[in-house]
Write a protein that binds this ligand. Structure first.
Ligand SMILES: Nc1ncnc2c1ncn2[C@@H]1O[C@H](COP(=O)(O)OP(=O)(O)OP(=O)(O)O)[C@@H](O)[C@H]1O
Ligand SMILES: [Mg+2]
Length: 345
């Protein structure tokens, strides 16, 4: 069947920490925190996106802040729908579409239940048809890989809740896995370390702030040490040095390194050869951690580069695929072949 709908398709990357929506040509029109704030009791939604995350950080009274996406999957259906409705309205402010179709990212290894929750949330928010594509394929295209690149390239998408490690060739994911590891696990490692060594009880947001401001896997690349006294009880002095933090982060990253090594080990010899020549690309916000590209390149023995805009690579790729499909008059079976393993419409 000929594809008719994608002329007016949106691209949506619904992430654990951030949601991005692309409407046409160029940059994503929505880059928002994946969060919804309700009055206690949930009878009224008071804020969505960055504003809702702000309310969570300020621990506003009478407000419950919900993060509808957990580890890349819809965890709170009602909140996911409320959030998507708002973001779709923002994305279509300039170009209103009646029941748009949408190309959306989904983990390469998804379950029927998780996929249906994603599809149903999008439909309830007003999307007429949902076309899911593997996150890592979209991320590779968003990082600049031509969709029909014939040889294998490695993609590591390090998000807030999920890391996808996949091999992409000829517009398909030919091997790979999604693992429940992401930036929030690094934040958690920082939190626990500061609690154990300094008795500090940091919020998740404060731990993330420490990671982003001082954090690096190699102390030589780190920011200066950070004074945490403002976060400690009155009269208690607390500080974290760059080298301390580098040790904590490097240790917390070990499961990811292990998973990537294991995934590479499982590949067919030809895939491994092509990857050793072509290398790979790092996407997702985690790719911005200083020293991470160098650490992964050396531990995997590969040349890995960070995408130009790692936080938006997936949605840019989805958008490029949506436009390409229209231009190239792809048929639906082509889209199916690019699609998710184990998934059927
Ligand atoms: N400069 C930085 N240094 C370290 N980590 C960073 C930096 N900037 C963003 N991050 C981390 O990137 C993560 C968010 O990335 P991203 O938006 O790609 O995730 P997501 O798409 O919402 O999640 P997922 O794909 O796992 O569902 C957060 O954990 C954040 O702490
Ligand atoms: Mg993501």
């Amino acid at each position: 069947m000929r594809f008719r709908l994608l002329g007016s398709a949106l691209a949506i990357d619904l992430g654990t920490a951030n949601t991005r929506v692309w409407a046409r040509n160029g940059q994503p029109v929505v880059r928002q925190a994946s969060a919804v704030a309700y009055m206690v009791g949930r009878n009224r939604c008071v804020a969505v996106g960055a504003e809702a995350r702000d309310l969570a950080q300020r621990q506003a009274q009478n407000i419950d802040v919900v993060e509808p996406i957990r580890r890349g999957a819809v965890a709170d259906f009602g909140a996911a729908v409320a959030m998507l409705r708002t973001f779709l309205r923002q994305a279509m402010a300039q170009r209103p579409l009646l029941s748009p179709a949408a190309v959306v990212s989904a983990p390469v290894e998804t379950t029927g239940v998780a996929y249906r929750a994603l599809r149903d949330a999008l439909r309830a928010a007003g999307v007429s048809r949902v076309y899911p594509l593997p996150k890592s394929l979209a991320a590779a295209v968003g990082a600049g890989l031509p969709l029909d690149h014939p040889e294998s390239v490695l993609v590591i998408d390090l998000g807030a809740g999920v890391t996808e490690i996949a091999v992409v060739a000829m517009g398909m994911v030919t091997a790979g896995c999604s693992t429940a590891f992401g930036g929030i696990d690094l934040d958690e490692a920082v939190r626990r370390y500061l609690w154990r060594t300094a008795g500090l009880q940091l919020s998740r947001a404060a731990a993330e702030d420490v990671k982003m401001r001082v954090g690096a896997v190699d102390p030589a690349l780190a920011g200066n040490s950070m004074d945490l006294s403002a976060l400690a009880p009155p009269g208690v002095e607390a500080k974290i040095s760059a080298s301390e933090l580098a040790g904590v982060l490097a240790e917390a990253l070990e499961p990811l390194v292990d998973q990537a090594q294991w995934t590479l080990e499982q590949l067919a010899p030809r895939q491994r050869e092509e990857i050793s020549v072509n290398g790979g690309v790092l996407t997702g916000g985690g790719a911005l951690l200083r020293g991470l590209p160098e650490l992964l390149s050396s531990r995997l023995g590969l040349r890995l580069v960070v995408a130009e805009d790692p936080l938006s690579a997936t949605v840019l790729g989805l958008g490029a695929i949506a436009s390409d499909i229209k231009n190239m008059a792809f048929d639906e079976s082509r889209l199916m072949r690019m699609g998710l393993r184990g998934w059927h419409p």
